[in-house]
Design a protein around this ligand. Structure first.
Ligand code: SER
Length: 313
């Protein structure tokens, strides 16, 4: 029998593509999408959908029981920039939803959980280049604090209650299907859209702001690879560092100019600059490579080609 999977936050940037990939692997009927709002037509038409608030334990439990769910992917969260504006709402959403799925695991109502962490768990005092898996973590954003606390709770539930929860620290994610919302790395998606539509872009981060980034196909592949991995091989139950590429806005602009010669970038940094400045420039992901064979496929050039080709259609 195929396993049944529930995605919370299925209509977001990652959730949309993750749901479609899981449906193609496990069959549409076995992959239940849920969110507090409806998603795009492809997501809504390809399989079951439930309107579901990830902070409502009873509502999630009902869906888990109804569909006999075994695995939950918790992709609902408030991202870094929005969380600075609504700290308590961010904390309540990011932590409340995590406790709900961890407690379903503790109660043995589900077998396996995926929950994403982020490069935001590191703060200004961590090494900037090739930031190690284990290092000083003093996050300076509401979002980063929630992710770091969440990582510690994952370890706690794994050790204390044997909950099989798995996690990666995603870098900024670049995709063309669904827009990100309220993150600091969102510029790396906006820039391609504006390049395709208008040939110019005003960036909210300044030149030289180097951040770890990843193309969505790599992020989805990493997620499923980690979920498929033999649990005994996983030495990290907080969250795995995950890397692919690192660049600053002017580098992405240069790679776009190879396709759109007169593309123009200007800079108007806002409050997100401070957030970006506190995050790593690049990531050491050797633990993920060693434990479950992680290896990225997309560099900046390949990402730019894919993004522009799809967005221009
Ligand atoms: N991409 C996220 C953000 O910018 C970080 O995990 O908030």
């Amino acid at each position: 029998m195929e396993k049944s999977i529930l995605i919370l936050g299925a209509c977001g940037q990652i959730g949309t593509e993750l749901t479609l990939e899981l449906r193609s692997r496990y069959g549409n009927e076995h992959v239940i999408a849920s969110d507090i709002r409806e998603g795009d037509a492809q997501l809504m038409d390809s399989g079951p959908f439930e309107l579901l608030d990830a902070t409502n334990y009873e509502a999630i439990e009902d869906v888990v029981m109804h569909y006999e769910i075994e695995e939950v992917y918790l992709m609902a969260a408030m991202l870094s920039a929005t969380a600075e504006k609504f700290p308590m709402r961010a904390w309540n959403l990011n932590m409340g939803s995590l406790f709900n799925v961890l407690n379903l695991g503790k109660e043995r109502k589900i077998d396996k959980i995926f929950w994403p962490s982020s490069i935001a768990v590191f703060g200004s005092n961590a090494p900037k280049e090739k930031t190690p898996q284990n290092t000083l973590m003093e996050p300076s954003t509401v979002y980063g604090i929630s992710k770091q606390a969440g990582e510690n709770w994952c370890v706690y539930y794994f050790r204390k209650f044997g909950v099989d929860v798995r996690s990666v620290r995603y870098p900024g994610l670049i995709s063309w299907k669904t827009l990100p919302g309220g993150g600091t790395t969102d510029y790396a998606v906006e820039i391609y859209r504006k390049a395709a539509e208008q040939g110019k872009y005003t960036c909210f981060l300044k030149e030289g702001t180097k951040l770890p980034m990843m193309y969505m196909d790599d992020a989805i592949r990493a997620t499923l690879q980690l979920m498929d991995a033999d649990g005994d091989k996983l030495t990290i139950r907080s969250s795995y560092n995950l890397g692919a590429m690192s660049f600053a806005p002017e580098e992405i602009a240069e790679s776009i100019q190879k396709h759109i010669a007169d593309f123009q970038i200007t800079y108007q940094p806002d409050f997100r600059q401070e957030i970006a400045d506190s995050w790593p420039n690049s990531i050491d992901d050797s633990s993920a490579r060693r434990d479950w064979g992680w290896s990225p496929e997309f560099n900046l050039e390949k990402t730019t080609s894919e993004m522009l080709e799809n967005l221009r259609k």
